[in-house]
Design a protein. Structure first.
Length: 280
């Protein structure tokens, strides 16, 4: 096999009849593929560096997924409380569909089934026109995008139920007072209903924020190198399961406790005396 002017099999022959120098051969390959110069003493990343990279991947994927879930879940939750039966039915269908299907099944659906439902487009991987080629390009180049998208949609269904419950908890008197002041329906939701509802359900939203970070571990199924993926690799290569699990478990505890205290700080900041869980 050759790439450009290089004969890749020349050095790999058992006899090495071409008497090629290993360092020169490796550096020439690096130049062809656009990499840095070859260094036989280059330092490989340590396990600690890999785990740090995995933690960062877990944090940003979970954070973006929660933003998607909170935004979309709030919208779906509002739809389910509107007097328009058509919109309420759409919201109900979304919740029942995404809430009742396991996350791992949804991940595989978006990765392997959904592209088959899309029209033909060019796939850079195979160079051919295939169904959902542009979607497969994203999956191959940036699988985290698909993973965050799927995790956000899954969590949005749970957030929608909590927002709906919070809206239904708002007393009828407060809603009627908003209409009596001349507020439109959208103004009533913006200035009266939603501020009260969010204060009521904020503790449950805190639990969902923590769940997003824990559920992000399953994204390794799409070859996303997050914290769980690196710990799994460490266990396979070192066979030190107990030690690695003991060392990795506190990482999840620290992150979830940070989320808990951050959300509690927000709850305290927006508390109103006598209203919601934060009021006294």
């Amino acid at each position: 096999m050759s790439v450009g002017s290089l004969n890749w099999t020349a050095y790999c022959l058992p006899s090495n009849e071409y008497a090629m120098d290993k360092a020169a051969w490796a550096e020439s390959i690096c130049k062809v593929i656009g990499g840095e110069s070859y260094s036989p003493v280059a330092d490989a990343p340590t396990w600690l560096q890999l785990l740090g990279s995995g933690v960062w991947t877990m944090i940003w994927t979970a954070l973006i997924a929660f933003i998607i879930a909170f935004t979309l879940g709030s919208l779906i939750g509002i739809l389910r409380t509107l007097p328009n039966k058509g919109l309420a039915f759409i919201g109900t269908c979304y919740v029942e569909l995404f809430r009742n299907i396991p996350l791992i099944v949804q991940l595989f659906f978006w990765a392997f089934v959904f592209p088959e439902l899309l029209p033909l487009s060019l796939s850079t991987g195979s160079g051919e026109m295939v169904n959902g080629g542009w979607w497969q390009n994203i999956l191959n180049d940036k699988p985290a995008v698909i993973g965050v998208f799927a995790l956000g949609l899954y969590t949005a269904a749970r957030v929608a139920e909590q927002v709906r419950a919070g809206i239904n908890t708002v007393s009828r008197g407060q809603k009627n007072a908003a209409y009596a002041m001349g507020f439109s329906q959208s103004q009533s939701y913006r200035y009266v209903i939603l501020p009260v509802a969010y204060r009521i359900v904020w503790p449950t939203l805190t639990s969902e924020a923590m769940n997003v970070f824990k559920n992000s571990a399953i994204l390794y199924a799409l070859s996303i190198l997050n914290f769980f993926a690196y710990t799994k690799t460490m266990r396979e290569e070192t066979s030190q399961d107990i030690v690695i699990l003991i060392l990795s478990t506190p990482v999840y505890l620290v992150i979830t406790y940070c989320i808990k205290y951050f959300m509690a700080w927000i709850e305290k900041r927006m508390s109103v005396p006598g209203l919601g869980s934060g009021g006294k």
